[in-house]
Write a protein that binds this ligand. Structure first.
Ligand code: NAG
Ligand code: NAG
Ligand code: NAG
Ligand code: NAG
Ligand code: NAG
Ligand code: NAG
Ligand code: NAG
Ligand code: NAG
Length: 396
């Protein structure tokens, strides 16, 4: 009896003596290691869970971790619960926990950074209170079906890739993002809603079935859409963005940006075969190139005052080039190289790539004269190699 009781107390006393961490890394290999910190409200330093951890882990009593909380490669860890923990100063990093099914952090509210990778069995986050503050969030290759529990007000980067079961992302409270928001390779029917996001840096979307950005007014960086499955896209309040790209969205028929005024960079629409009509009624300034190619029959840019770069418009459809011809003559509006071709059999982008999925492009095409080139090949690093690496490494 005495021995049974005394051991944890002794352990706790030792830990208390060790100041609940003193900036050094706290290593946890088993449940009794964790129990040793039950009297610590604050753990000072980083907490590292061993990759050999087996079964469920409870981190009780602890309310704050000043450093990071991490666990890498604990393939036999099935659950992790820390019900009192409300803040993690640095990163909360879990990777390669391939049998983890429960992640229960009922009080967690504030995290320096979230980095979850290769958690294929984790289907939901049991974050009852909800994380409202995180410097950045990166979630890749998990079994998550939603990101409920992540209810950010502001965020730096938000990177969500290769989560094959992710159906919805709804970050209602988010008003401001200060770094890249990126979605790629998740479930094809993923629906994304940022109902209140007003400003952001860069936003890139691949392979999603809907994106709702009703409040978005201004982006400092680029807004890009590749390979998405939505039929229409609307940004009713967006006035200004950097590079703007719609590429390879096979079902997209309608792009509505009724108040878009300024594109601080290039503007490309290519290989969106279902787009029949292009109309940006308030667009005045494009500091890079305009590069529209496809199968559309109408193109209207009635407010256009300045295109610093090239103008390339090519369509299989019956567009009227004459308004653009006027803008190009004397370089009044269009400063760069001007190309406008209607009823073109193989419409191409400025750099000679096919402009519709039925055309072939021409490898020999040259591109010159861009004031600010938009290089599609240097689109944001997706970390795909890393992601696929992770998939291979942790394949079930
Ligand atoms: C737990 O791990 C520590 C090392 O961190 C070790 O000293 C201790 O014996 C282990 N306890 C059990 C019950 O395995
Ligand atoms: C997980 O458990 C299995 C079976 O007990 C063992 O062979 C394997 O080494 C363990 N893996 C880790 C990372 O602890
Ligand atoms: C967004 O957040 C950044 C960094 O905190 C801040 O500088 C900027 O003013 C915010 N923008 C808005 C519109 O709140
Ligand atoms: C769009 O902008 C207008 C004017 O700035 C504002 O009144 C309105 O609330 C915005 N709409 C949304 C959905 O944010
Ligand atoms: C953000 O957008 C800018 C402007 O389009 C671009 O130059 C930059 O590479 C982008 N950064 C990221 C991380 O996507
Ligand atoms: C996702 O989009 C990319 C870019 O268009 C495309 O190459 C890829 O095939 C798509 N993946 C899926 C699974 O649809
Ligand atoms: C395109 O979408 C806008 C906004 O959702 C809508 O008002 C407009 O009627 C649509 N146009 C077509 C051709 O579907
Ligand atoms: C193209 O449009 C012009 C003017 O609207 C019209 O005269 C012509 O018949 C159209 N051609 C085709 C192939 O639709």
């Amino acid at each position: 009896m005495f021995i049974k009781y005394a051991l944890p107390v002794l352990a706790a006393a030792q830990v208390a003596f060790a100041d609940c961490g003193s900036g050094n890394t706290i290593k946890i290999e088993n449940q009794s290691d964790a129990d040793g910190y039950a009297n610590c409200k604050t753990l000072k330093g980083d907490v590292q869970i061993s990759g050999t951890y087996n079964g469920d882990l409870q981190l009780s009593g602890v309310q704050q971790i000043t450093g990071s909380l991490s666990c890498d490669g604990a393939a036999n860890m099935t659950g992790f619960t820390a019900s009192s923990l409300n803040s993690i100063g640095d990163s909360f990093k879990l990777s390669g926990l391939t049998t983890l099914t429960t992640l229960s952090f009922g009080s967690l509210n504030k995290v320096g950074m979230i980095e979850f990778a290769a958690l294929p069995q984790l289907q939901s986050l049991d974050f009852t209170k909800g994380i409202t503050q995180a410097g950045s969030v990166s979630i890749t290759n998990t079994g998550l079906t939603s990101l409920n529990g992540i209810s950010l007000d502001t965020v730096g980067g938000f990177d969500v890739t290769e989560n094959r079961f992710l159906k919805t992302v709804n970050v209602n409270n988010l008003k401001n993002a200060t770094s890249l928001i990126n979605f790629a390779g998740n479930m094809d029917s993923l629906e994304i809603e940022f109902a209140n996001l007003g400003t952001g840096q860069n936003m890139t979307f691949r392979n999603v079935s809907s994106v709702s950005l009703p409040s978005l007014e201004k982006l400092k960086g680029q807004l890009g859409f590749w390979g998405n499955k939505f039929t229409s896209f609307s940004a009713p309040n967006l006035t200004e963005t950097s590079d703007l790209i719609f590429n390879d969205n096979s079902k997209l028929a309608n792009i509505s940006m009724p108040v878009l005024k300024t594109v601080n960079g290039g503007f490309q629409i290519a290989r969106n075969d279902k787009v029949g009509s292009i109309d940006f009624p308030k667009l005045e300034t494009v500091t890079g190139a305009i590069d529209f190619s496809g199968e559309f029959n109408e193109a209207h840019l009635d407010s256009l005052k300045l295109v610093r770069g090239d103008f390339n418009m090519q369509s299989t459809g019956n567009i009227s080039c004459s308004p653009f011809q006027k803008m190009a003559s004397g370089h009044d509006v269009i400063k760069g190289k001007y190309v406008c071709e209607e009823a073109k059999k193989n419409p191409t982008t400025r750099d000679g790539k096919s402009g519709s999925s039925t055309s072939t492009g021409s490898a020999s095409a040259t591109s010159t004269g861009a004031a600010s080139a938009m290089d599609i090949s240097s689109m944001p690093a997706m970390g795909l190699a890393a992601v696929f690496g992770a998939l291979v490494q942790y394949a079930l």
